[in-house]
Design a protein around this ligand. Structure first.
Ligand code: NAD
Length: 413
């Protein structure tokens, strides 16, 4: 994570930052209601921020599809707090499994780590979790070596549907070697504190229900719209038919509004809800706003020069002002020609465990699919290059080295 404060201190423009939850957007009154949700509250913890122009980039939350028990019993993978909760739960499961006189059946349940959702989030997490077991846990607690077990559950016929067939097969083979069980065509229907109930579709098309006991359940079945966005959408008639998030036009203006833009996972475009899309949308909006600001100042300039020209004292001054005016008008026309947002896909990349990764890379108008150890090095360097600052880059490298040399940090609060 990159602290916003650290980014803002390098900006020359005046930026005010409030750490708060935006609870409601009133697009008619042009006001955002904010609330301080931290543990420390001052005299004021709820207020409003008026705006002229608004950019909504609140992302999405984990989807549960209303499946009973999911919210109460699973861990998600969105925020840093989710990762900390997972770490705590893994170690609690392991220590409880080794508690004196625990029954074999209970040991097996506690050490069964289930990941639901075979998209990139679920696949990367399952791979990382197995790595943690192989590289660290197994050495510290050898008695759990034959009991610790990761299962990846996916409703569709295969994992990573956005990757090419060869990479899907490669991933499933690597998972098999890593001893991760992949259960495809398995749709979770109900969750209790200790079991998952899933509907399995067999090769002959018949269906049956299976109950799987688990210790840790990580739920990674994709995105759902956040309440603040849902509420805004419900009050804009033009958003009536949008299902995935705020429908926007090709300039990322929210349909049915004039001065609200949306980007990233909270918006619904023809692109996948990925970081790559969001980051290009962010850069596009920065260019758009810069050009709007320049347009404004050029228009003011043109207005001033036209007035001067009309009162010019001689032909020489008239000519000079005219040349300046023409130059400004040319610049203005160029600015106004800024095209709509266009996404350029660089490729898809996912880590699959045991120092291997898969990549579908768009390169020189072609597609190039690769998997294995070299792809893993490419994955690592891609992650480093995507870090926002040198500070973050150095911290990430240090974290990787620290984990490699001393093992992963397993401290729980
Ligand atoms: P996803 O939507 O890509 O995958 C979720 C999977 O869960 C789907 O395959 C779906 O069939 C399955 N599922 C849904 N309900 C289920 C149920 N009840 N039982 C069993 N399976 C069920 O979600 P994600 O992996 O969280 O990814 C979200 C977005 O973020 C995607 O656009 C993804 O590409 C992106 N992402 C990319 C990377 C990367 O590039 N390495 C990493 C993480 C996320």
């Amino acid at each position: 994570m990159e602290p916003l404060r650290n980014i803002l201190r390098h900006k020359t423009a005046a930026v005010k930052f409030y750490e708060a939850d935006a609870t409601k957007i009133d697009h008619e009154k042009k006001v955002v209601y904010i609330s301080d949700d931290s543990d420390i509250k001052g005299d004021i913890s709820q207020t409003e921020v008026p705006y002229d122009m608004l950019v909504v980039a609140v992302g999405a939350m984990s989807a549960t599809f209303g499946i009973p028990g999911v919210r109460e019993h699973s861990c998600f993978l969105k925020e840093v707090g989710d990762a900390q909760a997972i770490r705590k739960k893994i170690m609690d499961c392991v220590e409880t499994a080794t508690f004196k006189d625990q029954s074999q059946e209970e040991v097996e349940r506690l050490l069964h780590m289930v990941v639901v959702g075979g998209g990139p989030t679920g696949v990367e997490f399952a791979g990382e979790l197995q790595d943690f077991f192989e590289e660290d846990l197994k050495k510290w607690i050898p008695e759990i070596a034959d009991k610790f077990h990761v299962t990846l559950v996916e409703a569709l016929p295969n994992v990573l549907p956005m990757f090419s067939k060869a990479l899907i097969d490669y991933t499933e083979k690597v998972f098999k070697d890593e001893k991760i069980t992949v259960r495809t065509k398995t749709m979770v229907k109900n969750v209790t504190d200790k079991t998952i109930e899933a509907e399995i579709t067999h090769p002959d098309g018949t269906k049956s229900l299976e109950v799987m006991p688990y210790g840790l359940l990580v739920w990674a079945t994709g995105n759902a719209i956040r309440p603040v966005v849902k509420d805004l959408m419900s009050r804009i008639p033009a958003q009536k038919n949008s299902r995935r998030g705020l429908a926007v036009n090709e300039y990322l203006v929210v349909d049915g509004t004039e001065n609200i833009w949306a980007l990233g996972d909270c918006s619904a475009t023809k692109y996948a809800p990925t970081a790559q899309v969001a980051s290009q949308e962010g850069a596009f909006l920065a260019r758009l706003f810069n050009s709007m600001a320049k347009t404004q100042s050029l228009e003011d300039d043109i207005h001033r020069l036209s007035e001067l020209k009309s009162t010019a004292s001689g032909p020489e001054e008239h000519e000079k002002l005219d040349a300046q005016l023409q130059a400004r008008e040319k610049q203005l026309n160029r600015l106004k020609q800024m095209g709509p947002f266009e996404y350029t896909h660089q490729g898809s990349l996912a880590y699959i465990g045991s120092d291997r990764a898969v990549a579908d890379i768009s390169w020189l108008n072609g597609n190039f699919a690769t998997g294995g150890g070299l792809t893993y090095l490419f994955w690592r360097s891609a992650y480093l290059s995507m870090c926002f600052s040198t500070r973050n880059r150095v911290l990430v490298v240090m974290d990787w080295l620290k984990a490699k040399i001393f093992g992963r940090d397993v401290s729980r609060e």
